[in-house]
Design a protein. Structure first.
Length: 260
Protein backbone atom coordinates (compact mmCIF):
# COMPACT_ATOMS: atom_id res chain seq x y z
CA UNK A 1 0.00 0.00 0.00
CA UNK A 2 1.42 3.38 -1.09
CA UNK A 3 2.18 6.01 1.50
CA UNK A 4 0.61 9.43 1.19
CA UNK A 5 3.01 12.25 0.46
CA UNK A 6 3.50 14.60 3.34
CA UNK A 7 2.03 18.09 2.87
CA UNK A 8 5.43 19.74 3.41
CA UNK A 9 6.97 17.77 0.55
CA UNK A 10 4.06 18.64 -1.74
CA UNK A 11 4.44 22.32 -0.91
CA UNK A 12 8.19 22.17 -1.55
CA UNK A 13 7.58 20.55 -4.92
CA UNK A 14 5.05 23.19 -5.86
CA UNK A 15 7.34 26.02 -4.74
CA UNK A 16 10.19 24.50 -6.70
CA UNK A 17 8.10 24.28 -9.89
CA UNK A 18 6.77 27.81 -9.42
CA UNK A 19 10.28 29.09 -8.76
CA UNK A 20 11.59 27.48 -11.94
CA UNK A 21 8.72 28.94 -13.96
CA UNK A 22 9.35 32.42 -12.48
CA UNK A 23 13.06 32.16 -13.32
CA UNK A 24 12.26 31.11 -16.89
CA UNK A 25 9.73 33.94 -17.31
CA UNK A 26 12.15 36.45 -15.81
CA UNK A 27 14.88 35.27 -18.16
CA UNK A 28 12.58 35.57 -21.17
CA UNK A 29 11.48 39.01 -20.04
CA UNK A 30 15.09 40.10 -19.52
CA UNK A 31 16.06 38.90 -22.99
CA UNK A 32 13.06 40.71 -24.48
CA UNK A 33 13.97 43.94 -22.67
CA UNK A 34 17.59 43.67 -23.82
CA UNK A 35 16.48 43.13 -27.42
CA UNK A 36 14.10 46.09 -27.15
CA UNK A 37 16.89 48.31 -25.84
CA UNK A 38 19.16 47.11 -28.64
CA UNK A 39 16.52 48.07 -31.22
CA UNK A 40 16.15 51.50 -29.61
CA UNK A 41 19.91 52.05 -29.79
CA UNK A 42 19.89 51.11 -33.47
CA UNK A 43 17.02 53.55 -34.04
CA UNK A 44 18.79 56.38 -32.18
CA UNK A 45 22.02 55.85 -34.11
CA UNK A 46 20.24 55.77 -37.47
CA UNK A 47 18.44 59.03 -36.70
CA UNK A 48 21.73 60.62 -35.67
CA UNK A 49 23.37 59.40 -38.87
CA UNK A 50 20.59 60.83 -41.05
CA UNK A 51 20.37 64.14 -39.21
CA UNK A 52 24.10 64.67 -39.73
CA UNK A 53 23.97 64.11 -43.49
CA UNK A 54 24.27 66.91 -46.02
CA UNK A 55 20.81 67.48 -47.51
CA UNK A 56 22.27 68.84 -50.75
CA UNK A 57 24.79 66.12 -51.57
CA UNK A 58 24.36 62.93 -49.51
CA UNK A 59 22.32 59.85 -50.38
CA UNK A 60 19.17 59.38 -48.30
CA UNK A 61 18.23 55.84 -49.26
CA UNK A 62 15.39 54.55 -47.06
CA UNK A 63 16.53 51.24 -45.60
CA UNK A 64 15.46 50.19 -42.09
CA UNK A 65 17.90 48.43 -39.77
CA UNK A 66 15.78 48.15 -36.62
CA UNK A 67 12.69 45.98 -36.02
CA UNK A 68 9.16 46.26 -34.69
CA UNK A 69 7.92 49.67 -33.57
CA UNK A 70 11.45 51.04 -33.93
CA UNK A 71 11.47 50.05 -37.60
CA UNK A 72 8.21 51.94 -38.18
CA UNK A 73 9.66 55.08 -36.59
CA UNK A 74 12.98 54.67 -38.40
CA UNK A 75 11.30 54.37 -41.80
CA UNK A 76 9.10 57.43 -41.18
CA UNK A 77 12.09 59.54 -40.10
CA UNK A 78 14.24 58.45 -43.03
CA UNK A 79 11.44 59.20 -45.50
CA UNK A 80 11.13 62.64 -43.91
CA UNK A 81 14.83 63.41 -44.37
CA UNK A 82 14.74 62.03 -47.92
CA UNK A 83 11.85 64.36 -48.78
CA UNK A 84 13.75 67.31 -47.33
CA UNK A 85 16.84 66.33 -49.28
CA UNK A 86 14.90 65.85 -52.54
CA UNK A 87 13.51 69.38 -52.28
CA UNK A 88 16.91 70.90 -51.49
CA UNK A 89 18.55 69.03 -54.37
CA UNK A 90 15.83 70.11 -56.78
CA UNK A 91 16.30 73.74 -55.74
CA UNK A 92 20.04 73.44 -56.39
CA UNK A 93 19.34 71.79 -59.72
CA UNK A 94 17.07 74.59 -60.94
CA UNK A 95 19.31 77.39 -59.74
CA UNK A 96 22.45 75.92 -61.32
CA UNK A 97 21.06 75.20 -64.78
CA UNK A 98 22.83 77.09 -67.57
CA UNK A 99 19.61 78.61 -68.89
CA UNK A 100 19.21 80.34 -65.52
CA UNK A 101 22.78 81.13 -64.46
CA UNK A 102 23.65 82.51 -67.90
CA UNK A 103 20.40 84.36 -68.49
CA UNK A 104 22.12 87.78 -68.46
CA UNK A 105 25.23 86.63 -70.29
CA UNK A 106 26.07 88.41 -73.54
CA UNK A 107 25.77 85.11 -75.38
CA UNK A 108 22.21 84.50 -74.17
CA UNK A 109 21.16 88.12 -74.68
CA UNK A 110 22.41 88.05 -78.27
CA UNK A 111 20.65 84.78 -78.96
CA UNK A 112 17.32 85.66 -77.30
CA UNK A 113 16.86 89.34 -78.22
CA UNK A 114 14.86 91.40 -79.01
CA UNK A 115 11.84 89.88 -77.16
CA UNK A 116 13.77 87.55 -74.78
CA UNK A 117 10.89 85.10 -74.94
CA UNK A 118 12.86 82.10 -73.66
CA UNK A 119 14.50 84.12 -70.89
CA UNK A 120 11.19 85.52 -69.63
CA UNK A 121 9.76 82.00 -69.72
CA UNK A 122 12.74 80.64 -67.77
CA UNK A 123 12.26 83.25 -65.04
CA UNK A 124 8.55 82.45 -64.77
CA UNK A 125 9.22 78.71 -64.51
CA UNK A 126 11.94 79.17 -61.89
CA UNK A 127 9.70 81.45 -59.79
CA UNK A 128 6.87 78.91 -59.82
CA UNK A 129 9.16 75.99 -59.05
CA UNK A 130 11.02 77.80 -56.26
CA UNK A 131 7.74 78.87 -54.64
CA UNK A 132 6.62 75.25 -54.55
CA UNK A 133 9.93 73.79 -53.34
CA UNK A 134 10.57 76.43 -50.67
CA UNK A 135 6.96 76.02 -49.54
CA UNK A 136 7.51 72.25 -49.27
CA UNK A 137 10.55 72.74 -47.04
CA UNK A 138 8.73 75.27 -44.89
CA UNK A 139 5.84 72.82 -44.49
CA UNK A 140 8.19 69.97 -43.60
CA UNK A 141 9.58 72.11 -40.76
CA UNK A 142 6.11 72.76 -39.34
CA UNK A 143 5.25 71.38 -35.89
CA UNK A 144 2.15 69.56 -37.15
CA UNK A 145 4.13 67.86 -39.90
CA UNK A 146 6.79 66.58 -37.48
CA UNK A 147 4.27 65.32 -34.93
CA UNK A 148 2.16 63.75 -37.67
CA UNK A 149 4.94 61.64 -39.15
CA UNK A 150 4.05 58.86 -36.72
CA UNK A 151 0.57 57.32 -36.44
CA UNK A 152 0.25 56.22 -32.80
CA UNK A 153 -2.38 53.65 -33.76
CA UNK A 154 0.21 51.72 -35.78
CA UNK A 155 2.45 51.29 -32.74
CA UNK A 156 2.13 48.27 -30.45
CA UNK A 157 3.21 50.26 -27.42
CA UNK A 158 1.56 53.53 -28.43
CA UNK A 159 2.48 55.98 -25.67
CA UNK A 160 6.00 54.71 -25.00
CA UNK A 161 7.22 54.67 -28.60
CA UNK A 162 5.46 57.87 -29.63
CA UNK A 163 7.09 59.67 -26.71
CA UNK A 164 10.42 58.10 -27.68
CA UNK A 165 9.94 59.43 -31.21
CA UNK A 166 9.26 62.94 -29.88
CA UNK A 167 12.35 62.74 -27.68
CA UNK A 168 14.43 61.92 -30.75
CA UNK A 169 12.87 64.26 -33.30
CA UNK A 170 11.15 67.08 -31.46
CA UNK A 171 13.26 68.33 -28.59
CA UNK A 172 13.34 71.99 -27.55
CA UNK A 173 16.50 72.37 -29.61
CA UNK A 174 14.78 70.83 -32.64
CA UNK A 175 11.82 73.19 -32.29
CA UNK A 176 14.17 76.17 -32.20
CA UNK A 177 16.19 75.01 -35.21
CA UNK A 178 13.11 74.17 -37.28
CA UNK A 179 11.65 77.59 -36.58
CA UNK A 180 14.88 79.16 -37.84
CA UNK A 181 14.70 77.11 -41.02
CA UNK A 182 11.07 78.13 -41.61
CA UNK A 183 11.99 81.79 -41.24
CA UNK A 184 14.96 81.42 -43.58
CA UNK A 185 12.81 79.72 -46.20
CA UNK A 186 10.39 82.66 -46.06
CA UNK A 187 13.25 85.16 -46.33
CA UNK A 188 14.85 83.21 -49.16
CA UNK A 189 11.55 83.06 -51.05
CA UNK A 190 11.10 86.84 -50.77
CA UNK A 191 14.67 87.66 -51.83
CA UNK A 192 14.62 85.16 -54.69
CA UNK A 193 11.44 86.71 -56.04
CA UNK A 194 13.04 90.16 -55.78
CA UNK A 195 16.07 88.88 -57.67
CA UNK A 196 14.03 87.24 -60.42
CA UNK A 197 11.79 90.29 -60.78
CA UNK A 198 14.87 92.47 -61.20
CA UNK A 199 16.32 90.17 -63.86
CA UNK A 200 12.98 90.28 -65.63
CA UNK A 201 13.04 94.09 -65.38
CA UNK A 202 16.51 94.19 -66.94
CA UNK A 203 15.38 92.06 -69.87
CA UNK A 204 12.36 94.30 -70.35
CA UNK A 205 14.66 97.34 -70.28
CA UNK A 206 16.79 95.86 -73.05
CA UNK A 207 13.65 94.95 -74.95
CA UNK A 208 12.27 98.51 -74.75
CA UNK A 209 15.64 100.03 -75.68
CA UNK A 210 16.41 97.51 -78.39
CA UNK A 211 17.18 100.22 -80.95
CA UNK A 212 19.86 101.62 -78.62
CA UNK A 213 21.57 98.26 -78.04
CA UNK A 214 23.74 96.23 -80.39
CA UNK A 215 24.58 92.53 -79.96
CA UNK A 216 27.66 91.31 -81.78
CA UNK A 217 30.19 88.48 -81.27
CA UNK A 218 28.80 87.63 -77.83
CA UNK A 219 29.13 91.22 -76.70
CA UNK A 220 26.58 93.88 -75.83
CA UNK A 221 27.14 97.51 -76.93
CA UNK A 222 25.07 100.49 -75.79
CA UNK A 223 24.80 103.26 -78.33
CA UNK A 224 24.12 106.05 -75.82
CA UNK A 225 25.53 106.85 -72.40
CA UNK A 226 22.06 107.29 -70.97
CA UNK A 227 20.98 103.80 -72.03
CA UNK A 228 24.18 102.34 -70.57
CA UNK A 229 23.66 104.29 -67.32
CA UNK A 230 20.11 102.95 -67.02
CA UNK A 231 21.31 99.38 -67.45
CA UNK A 232 24.15 99.85 -64.96
CA UNK A 233 21.66 101.19 -62.42
CA UNK A 234 19.55 98.03 -62.75
CA UNK A 235 22.69 95.90 -62.52
CA UNK A 236 23.72 97.64 -59.29
CA UNK A 237 20.26 97.04 -57.85
CA UNK A 238 20.52 93.37 -58.82
CA UNK A 239 23.88 93.07 -57.06
CA UNK A 240 22.39 94.63 -53.92
CA UNK A 241 19.68 91.96 -53.92
CA UNK A 242 22.27 89.23 -54.58
CA UNK A 243 24.19 90.35 -51.49
CA UNK A 244 21.16 89.46 -49.39
CA UNK A 245 21.66 85.82 -50.36
CA UNK A 246 25.18 85.99 -48.93
CA UNK A 247 23.78 87.35 -45.67
CA UNK A 248 21.30 84.46 -45.36
CA UNK A 249 23.98 81.90 -46.21
CA UNK A 250 26.34 83.43 -43.63
CA UNK A 251 23.66 83.36 -40.94
CA UNK A 252 22.85 79.76 -41.80
CA UNK A 253 26.47 78.68 -41.46
CA UNK A 254 26.74 80.43 -38.11
CA UNK A 255 23.75 78.53 -36.70
CA UNK A 256 25.03 75.33 -35.13
CA UNK A 257 23.17 72.26 -36.24
CA UNK A 258 21.47 73.94 -39.18
CA UNK A 259 21.74 72.07 -42.46
CA UNK A 260 19.64 74.04 -44.87
Amino acid sequence: MKQKRKPKKIVKRILLVVGIIIIILASILTIAVIKQLQQEEILKQEIINYSNKDLATDNFQVETKSKGDCAYIEEAVKKYYKELSDNVKEINSYLTKDEFTKILSAENLEKDHPDFTLSHSTIKNVKEKMKKLLGNIEQLCDEKTIKGLIDKEKLDDKEYYYNLYLELMYTKKDIKELQKVKEKMKDLSIILNEFLDKVDEMLTYLQINNSQVEYKNNQVFFKTDSTLAGYKKLLTELQTIANKFVTIDSNTNNDKGSQI
